[in-house]
Design a protein around this ligand. Structure first.
Ligand code: SF4
Ligand code: SF4
Length: 160
């Protein structure tokens, strides 16, 4: 789930004062830091169910802007795309450990680079959390290549 490309006005520190279930739609959307990491393709081990991130992003992601190019129709165009909801957070291990929704759900604080903390959307990129600097698009990478070259077992491991 990437937030819409609109300015979202919210109280400065709402995420420190309100539990997730009490947040308004605007506040919920403002939690998304726009990192794009949830749009990375993940591969799942058929036997164990273990997931691993790749450095390849969904075909609909504009990697430079870290924006979904068809936000309104994303779940129809990409059936595996999930809208992050409170219910979904109960099984949110598919979200990166850096994701603000997952962090707050697990009772952890946001990192310094989250725009709600830093007041600067660029810090997500400067901290290397945004996939903008290093991801490839699914449109440019063959299916076999994804598994052969772009699986990264320890992506985000320092945040686990
Ligand atoms: S991983 Fe979380 S914070 Fe990052 S774009 Fe996805 S929903 Fe937003
Ligand atoms: S359709 Fe793709 S790019 Fe758009 S939000 Fe879903 S995973 Fe991200």
């Amino acid at each position: 789930m990437l937030r819409k490309d609109v300015e979202i006005k919210v109280d400065d520190d709402f995420w420190q004062k309100k539990p997730l279930e009490e947040m308004t739609t605007r506040e919920w959307e403002a939690l998304c830091d726009g990192c794009g990491a949830c749009c990375l393709i993940q591969l799942e081990d058929e036997d164990t169910g273990a997931r691993v991130f790749t450095k390849v992003a969904c075909k609909l992601l504009d990697i430079g802007a870290c924006r979904c190019q068809s936000y309104q129709n994303r779940t129809e165009l990409v059936p595996s795309c999930s809208k992050v909801t409170l219910e979904l957070l109960e099984t949110a291990d598919w979200l990166p450990p850096t994701c603000a929704y997952r962090l707050l759900y697990e009772g952890k604080p946001l990192y310094w680079w989250h725009p709600l903390v830093s007041k600067d959307p660029e810090t997500v990129y400067q901290a290397g959390i945004s996939i903008r600097g290093w991801a490839r698009s699914e449109r440019d990478v063959g299916e076999e290549e994804i598994e052969e070259k772009y699986v990264v077992a320890d992506l985000f491991s320092e945040f686990k």
